[in-house]
Design a binder for this molecule. Sequence first.
Ligand SMILES: [Zn+2]
Length: 336
Amino acid sequence: MKIIELPRIVLVGDNAIDKLKETVYGLGLKGNPLVISGQDTVKVAGERVSQNLNANLDVIGDLHEREIDRISDRIKVEKIRYVIGVGGGSVIDVAKVCAYNSKIPFISVPTAASHDGIASPRATIRGTKNVSMQVNSPLGIIADTKIIEKAPQRLLASGCADAISNYTAVLDWKLANKEMGEYYGDYAATLAMLSAEIVMHNSARIKEDISILIEALISSGVAIGIAGSSRPCSGSEHQFSHVLDKICPTPALHGEQCGVGCIMMACLHNADWTRVRDALKRVGAPTTAKEIGIENRYMIEAITTAHSIRDRYTILRNGISENEAVHLAKMTGVIE
Ligand SMILES: [Zn+2]
């Protein structure tokens, strides 16, 4: 048996945030809400949302694991009935985990479109443990294009790269099906691939029409919901990024790392890696070790150890040697 869990309402558009109150009532949510926001994003939208709903506001600090424990306690003590996460990717993830732990609904109000976590039933908490976990899908998503288009360009480029990286994730999934007989869902895979294709196809004009990116990331989240796992949007390029998160003193953004990984993994798949690279360039995402600010040695270590990061069959299969990794990174122009 398979359970498919999807958002019930998705609102995308200019000033969508002004419709939050009606949306919440429309979803039948009652009782005390808690608005969770970040230190920068509270001014962008967090305060507005809490005033609008007459709700308590919690601005989270940098130590996310500790914040999850603190907020989960607060939810219990104050008898909070639902959580609204207002912020970038990491704030949304923290709010999502808090709601999941407390078994209450979660509404996602992203202020940036930096990765597909704005809509997916998965959360990644960076910290001492760097955990990625299955949670509930947001019950509603309110993506205000007026707010998101003002997000730092680097975050939006990173979001594009995360969507583009579905390209190799789907190739990996197909491979696992062919070589290992792993379950493969055509619908979820096609939806995830469509997100990558649409962002690549529109890479030159995505800055002018941010709704293309938002819809692509929401579709990715929905694909994860349909598949029941992150498979359609997370393959070898994500394993590569997860290793960088572990070994680099200062890792880059999630989408940026996945994008660079996607170039190299596409090459291993004998797919059109130059198309991936060129699309990343057009959206302003990094395509080399230098641009992403990560030393070559970390890049090579991440390529050679990525296969061991979790039990997921990909093009890396049992891993590749250091020589092969250097050759791959040089051939794709990731390192000089
Ligand atoms: Zn991702």
